[in-house]
Design a binder for this molecule. Structure first.
Ligand SMILES: Cc1cc2nc3c(=O)[nH]c(=O)nc-3n(C[C@H](O)[C@H](O)[C@H](O)COP(=O)(O)OP(=O)(O)OC[C@H]3O[C@@H](n4cnc5c(N)ncnc54)[C@H](O)[C@@H]3O)c2cc1C
Length: 439
């Protein structure tokens, strides 16, 4: 009987267990996690913070399904992988041998290094335990400083705002999320944040977090100001959890390098999800994502291949539908610009290294206020798009970009100034769909 070990009970780990069970009805599966809450929706943590989702809503109804039938759930921290002996070591409870191993250890918040970072009420948002803590602290705080960029910084700011905490949002640069959004898009988001009562401090850095009896009482800025607050929340980027890889001799760049079977440089060790750096056929590079759907798909393919299958994972063009300052925003493919984002180290949650690729394409925009569309038009295909507000175009664009549909017929039209971009895209998508249906 095979023994499969999965490190991590996030979406990648759980999908792998499902896949193993679909191929091997009797093999023994060990799932190990150092998160006491097991499997739940990490993107849902933002909705928990804003009070839109009760804690029970984070845990899918089928959450216990993966524990049925020779699946052992071990709460513990894996301290070592010993590939020569085909064993893992779990802190405090000895060693476990494996026939096939999956590392689905996810990612974690990049640490903040500002003096005072270790005071109570300096928080990040990695997991359910963090979210509960933020909720608890938010009940008592009058004001908070939020530091960082990307989606998570806004989730922290908005979550605390719903708890009536006054937010001072620090941006190191002069605009929000500058390596994914263009200037107009950053301004749309900033304007909405300000409307919601969030005070943005541009070109501002925290140089010290002040404390009294272990608790935050204020933040000193690079401009010499002191902002009084009772909490500091930071989201300055994430990094894959790679602690186990070095001693195990696994090939690593920014994440664990895997081939198209999700296999590492050791044939019985696989990696999937946020921790895996996966080959992207479009750019010819191996890239990181921190996205729910790719993590799930990678985990599933890894699980199948752990049973001896040879299923190939073909990295899709990255996309995310998220909310930025309450504005629904869909990001598809390569939308990046030339600027670097000083607020994020590496990359962020709900982010993809694909987004910030600089495409060889022409950008065309349309829309006003919160309803905004930006297209990145390549030689024969659309290579990226960003849709804010009205989402009518997000599905057509997602299909046209993901399926690499030839747009030569309408390319010149799309490049004309003052053209109704939305109408051209909609008509072309409908025509493409009809043609496909007839094929
Ligand atoms: C606040 C937030 C907002 C997000 N927003 C979006 C979004 O808008 N859209 C989107 O697509 N994605 C979003 N994401 C990202 C998405 O949730 C992740 O890409 C996805 O959860 C990754 O799944 P995973 O299984 O790879 O890792 P994780 O879900 O992080 O799971 C990792 C698991 O490994 C375990 N582990 C790690 N190391 C060890 C060890 N040594 N021993 C034992 N156990 C270990 C952990 O306990 C955990 O169970 C968001 C994430 C967060 C936190």
């Amino acid at each position: 009987m095979m023994r499969y070990i999965i490190i991590g009970t996030g979406v990648a780990g759980v999908a792998a267990a499902e896949a193993i069970r679909s191929r091997d009805a009797s093999g023994e599966i060990f799932m190990i996690s150092d998160d006491p809450h097991g499997f739940y929706s990490r993107p849902g943590l933002a909705f928990y913070l804003s009070g839109e989702l009760p804690d029970k809503g984070l845990f899918p109804a089928y959450q216990r399904k993966w524990l049925r039938g020779n699946v052992h759930y071990v709460k513990g921290h894996v301290t070592r992988i010993l590939p020569i002996n085909h064993e893992i070591e779990i802190g405090g409870s000895g060693k476990l041998p494996y026939d096939s191993l999956l590392i689905a250890s996810g990612s974690m918040a990049s640490p903040m290094k500002t003096p005072g970072y270790n005071l109570e009420s300096v928080v990040k948002l990695d997991d359910f335990e963090d979210a509960r803590r933020i909720h608890e602290l938010g009940r008592k705080a009058k004001s908070a400083v939020v530091i960082g960029g990307g989606i998570t910084a806004l989730e922290l700011a908005e979550g605390l705002t719903t708890q009536r905490v006054k937010i001072h949002y620090f941006l190191r640069g002069d605009r929000y999320w500058s390596n994914v959004l263009d200037e107009d898009e950053s301004r749309i988001i900033e304007h909405k944040l300000q409307e919601d009562g969030i005070q943005i401090h541009f070109n501002t850095e925290a140089t010290e977090i002040l404390g009294k009896r272990g608790r935050v009482v204020g933040v000193v800025t690079n401009k010499g100001e002191i902002i009084k607050c009772q909490m500091v929340a930071y989201a300055v980027g994430i990094k894959p959890r790679l602690a186990l890889t070095q001693a195990a001799g696994l090939a690593v760049e920014r994440g664990i390098l895997v081939n198209e079977l999700m296999q590492t440089n050791q044939s019985d060790v696989f990696a999937a999800g946020d921790v895996a750096q996966v080959y992207d056929p479009l750019s010819g590079r191996s890239l990181l994502d921190s996205l729910w759907n790719p993590a799930r798909e990678q985990g599933y393919i890894a699980g199948l291949n752990m049973t001896g299958d040879k299923k190939i994972y073909l990295k899709e063009i990255a996309y995310n539908v998220t909310r930025l300052a309450g504005i629904t925003t869909t990001i598809i493919g390569m939308v990046g610009g030339t600027t670097s984002d000083e607020d994020i180290v590496n990359f962020a949650r709900g982010d993809s290294e694909t987004f910030r690729q600089l495409p060889n394409a022409i950008a065309m925009k349309s829309g006003s206020d919160v309803n905004h569309v930006r297209l990145l038009i390549g030689d024969r295909t659309l290579v990226g798009a960003l849709v804010m507000g009205d989402q009518t175009l997000s599905r057509p664009l997602k299909e046209l970009i993901l399926r690499q549909v030839d747009i030569c017929k309408v390319r010149d039209k799309l490049l004309q100034k003052d053209i109704p971009l939305a109408d051209v895209i909609m008509d072309y998508w409908m025509e493409w769909k009809e043609n496909r249906a007839q094929e």
